[in-house]
Write a protein that binds this ligand. Structure first.
Ligand code: GLU
Ligand code: MG
Length: 443
């Protein structure tokens, strides 16, 4: 007789990704999950004031009182088969709601959903998106390999195939896996999806890479910098529009850069608020080590055509074989990293873009060149504003932008900025390799 197998009741986790960009939640036996029955689990308001360093901001608006629920979105359950995992990874994206089921003011996923509803109601447009992630493996002990090299990829084998299969098993559609420029750095792209699903997939991608790495005894990191002089890990958020009939609405061959009028206004709205948006999309002190000129990460309010230094980049479209450019045409937001919450980051882009459409802003002029080589007066004339150079500057810029603050309940702004200030205190003032390392092991 064979030895008795340990009994296991696989878990399903109700998860939320919070202001710190960390995915947290509670779990039950997956056999007791009953879609459509509205089952929810308890949650605590002060959790949203948790810094990445596991201390709750003090003071915070919530204290020890109050109760919320994690309400699963039954359409956003993802069951993964991941090589080396003892039980399946089973997650359901959940909204944080009040006890009566209404969205909680600080819920990032509800914030994105409302922004998308407003975009659709006011413009008839729906948003498609895809989050492109870079990450590094910190301790694999590989021999050195050149950037982008086949040997860099094969060293890691079968990590790439296992990642592809794991994502595919849950319906997350991986596209291209590459050995990137940085040390032991990789990048993976996902197929575009409806915006809410795209943000959910960003969470899933991060957690899948983490689990696969853990299963191999590796420490992976999505931190924007894992060493001061190292190559940055970016999150590039691609977006495009569909009209009410589902037809592509981002491309217009007659316009500069091929950008349709409505997409141009959307981009103009993002550019107008971009310095404040950085507080959400590049939200850690070390994010600003990455957002520097000549880092291919973006550092000015710059709309560019196929230039990787631009903050908003028109991506190339492939016309090989007569492909229709309208279908694949998309714009990429580059000043984001994985210390941000995907739902919050995409939500503020939608809000800013919608402001641009409402105000009928003209499409911003395309810039090509090197802003760092221009005199300040020339940059000003071209609308090239330096992005914030520290998290504290980004937070000040956010608080000075009444439009951006107005997208949130005041208590949400207080929660966010209070948590970030506490994070800065805990991180300290010295932007060095030690600080990068502290972030590298969290993200
Ligand atoms: N690693 C760069 C970043 O921090 C991006 C390089 C690229 O264009 O892929 O965003
Ligand atoms: Mg890349």
């Amino acid at each position: 007789m064979s030895a008795a197998q340990p009994e296991r009741e696989p878990l399903i986790s109700f998860v939320t990704t919070d202001y710190a960009g960390i995915t947290r939640g509670r779990s039950i036996a997956s056999s007791s999950y009953a879609p459509g029955k509205g089952k929810s689990l308890g949650w605590v308001p002060a959790n949203m004031s948790l810094t990445p360093f596991d201390l709750i901001a003090d003071p915070n608006p919530w204290g020890s009182s109050g109760d919320l629920r994690l309400l699963p979105d039954d359409d956003a359950r993802f069951q993964f088969s991941i090589e080396g995992s003892a039980t399946p990874l089973d997650i359901v994206m959940s909204d944080i709601v009040e006890l009566d089921g209404t969205p909680w003011v600080c819920c990032p996923r509800s914030f994105l959903k409302q922004a998308l509803r407003d975009l659709e109601t006011e413009t008839g447009l729906s948003l498609m998106a895809s989050f492109e992630h870079e990450f590094q493996i910190l301790n694999a002990g590989w021999p050195a390999a050149p950037a982008f090299a086949l040997q860099a990829l094969r060293r890691a084998d079968p990590f790439g195939p296992a990642l592809m299969a794991a994502l595919r098993s849950a319906g997350v559609e991986p596209e291209v896996f590459i050995a990137e420029y940085g040390k032991d750095q990789f990048e993976i792209t996902l197929a575009p999806a409806a915006a809410l699903a795209a943000a959910d997939r960003a969470v899933l991608l991060r957690e899948t890479v983490r689990e696969l790495s853990r299963n191999r005894g590796w420490q992976c990191s999505f931190a924007p910098k894992t060493a001061v002089d190292g190559v940055g890990n970016g999150v590039h958020i691609h977006f495009s529009f569909r009209d009410a009939k589902g037809a592509p609405a981002t491309y217009d061959a007659a316009q500069p850069g091929g950008v349709s009028a409505v997409a141009g206004s959307f981009v103009a709205g993002i550019l107008r608020h971009l310095p404040a948006l950085c507080a959400f999309t590049a939200p850690s002190p070390i994010s600003y080590l990455r957002l520097q000129p000549h880092h291919w990460s973006s550092s000015y309010t710059w709309f560019g055509d196929r230039d990787r230094e631009a903050s908003l980049r028109i991506c190339p479209v492939n016309r090989i074989g007569g492909a229709d450019p309208a279908k694949a045409f998309n714009i990429e937001y580059r000043p984001a990293d994985a210390t941000s919450c995907p739902h919050l980051a995409l939500g503020v882009l939608v809000r800013a873009g919608l402001e641009g459409i409402r105000s009928k802003l003209s499409p911003p002029p395309l810039f090509s060149g090197d802003p760092a080589l221009l005199a300040e007066a020339e940059r000003q004339a071209l609308g090239l504003k330096r992005l914030p150079q520290s998290l504290s500057e980004a937070l000040e810029t956010l608080l000075a932008d009444a439009t951006v603050c107005g997208w949130f309940a005041p208590v949400a702004v207080e929660t966010y900025t209070g948590m970030k200030r506490m994070e800065m205190t805990l991180a300290g003032d010295t932007l060095d390799d030690a600080m990068c390392h502290r972030y590298a092991v969290i993200y």
